[in-house]
Ligand binder design. Sequence first.
Ligand code: ADP
Length: 398
Amino acid sequence: MKILVCNVGSTSLKFKLYDMPGEKVSAQAYVERVGSRDDGIYTYTNLAEKKTFRQTQVAVPTYTEGIQLFLTDLISEEKGCLTGIGEIEAVGFKTVLSRGHYGVHRLTEEVLQGMEDYMAVAPAHNGPYLEAIHVFQKLLPQAALIGSFETAFHQTIPLAESLYAIPYEWYEKYGIRRMGYHGASHGHVAAMLLEREGEADQVVSCHLGGSCSLCAIDGGKSLNNSFGFSLQAGVFHNSRVGDMDAYIIPYLLKQGLTIDEITFGLEKNSGLLGISGVSNDLRQVEEAAEAGNERAVLAVDMFVNSIVSHIGAYAAQMGGLKQLVFTGGIGENSASVRRRVCRRLAFLGVKLSDEKNESSGKDKVISAEDSQVKVHVIPANEELGIARNVYRELTHVL
Ligand code: ADP
């Protein structure tokens, strides 16, 4: 069964075409700078023939053109791997949030309405996804369109961990609670540990990338996630705030800032960028910190602190820590963040092998032989989790 997985970013599109259940990827593509009239970048790879084609200065004014580029290549003589577009049986989307639909769902009008209803909670995600889904409805009318929502893996978080201590009727009336996101990534981590270690008990999975979240996993199931009602909460992110005292907002409003100025500040000018003033990219912040920039040093210290305190909280919730996992752009690449986090966790029995931590390779165990906690680096593979969810949904394989 051919399943196309589509990951829609605010200005990008990523595609992977899977052959299920074998999990082989036959083609993939990356469209950058969606929204641009003449300087989009489009990279397409036919994996069977190991051929990559890269085009720059491409017109991709909307998602429609980006999706068309890929579908055209899939059936082209030179690059393609399908005889017709009708071979695609399903498209799986890494959708984020739909009110009342938190798992893996066919994208019916009701589910799409739920995404509209929560547009204000996930504006950077729900808008682009709705647009892309409507394009696929037109271009691939025969295919099943399925949303594997980022909340799906977190349906097992107990209510006592997911509620805020707000008036209970706000939860009932407006649905306000911690949702948990990055479900495809943390779900993939749990699946990999179950496969490799035979268990996923007392695990903390750290997805550290452009946005960051930690997940407590026990018995292979999510027990907590640092994201909140929105994707702004928890550990602080590249340019988003993370956890913050809610009373700062009414205070700033009374100081004369508008709600738009405040949300812009919290979304685009906070986190690593907000504190360092240097960049939202950890590489540049680390470089500036090494060169002695005090605010960059502070930003990295705060970032590490927030990760360590979440891990401590989750170890307490689970009654211990057996495995720790780093994934995402920072988790996979920043040996220094991993080292600093692990050193602080010595009291929990974490002992890093500096040599393994510094070694190349993104899929590795980096703890010392005598560490009580096994520490892994596992490359993020959110698309595979989505392809599996879609396949399961269509075939009801448990
Ligand atoms: P996204 O969450 O947008 O999918 P990624 O998971 O690819 O992003 O993570 C991107 C981030 O990873 C970059 O913004 C940068 O902060 C960080 N990063 C990537 N490579 C390195 C590196 N070698 N050292 C430190 N940080 C890195």
